[in-house]
Design a protein. Sequence first.
Length: 111
Amino acid sequence: MRLTNEKGDIKSAVGLMADDIEFIGPAAKCKSKEEYAALLEQFLSAHNSWKLHQTFENGNEVCFINDIQVNTPNGGILTLELVEWFKVENGKIKRHKVFYDPTEFKKAFGM
């Protein structure tokens, strides 16, 4: 399960989400499809690459362990080692929780 295709198609991703999707991460939170889509737009503008290490599935829950690289405002590249936990209800993503150390991310993006 990826939220976007290789071209970062937000419209396709929105179709996978419940209207009241909840996103929880160390640097951001949101509780609606519209808020989450806006967050994805913002993130994808900095997204560089993605490497999947492992996937775990348990019923309607999926967990990914991956590295993502993001372009920083100063022209650098930051690698984040993260875990993503998705919960699906009625065929739609209801919850997406992300775990990573936000220290370098917050520094790089002035948060």
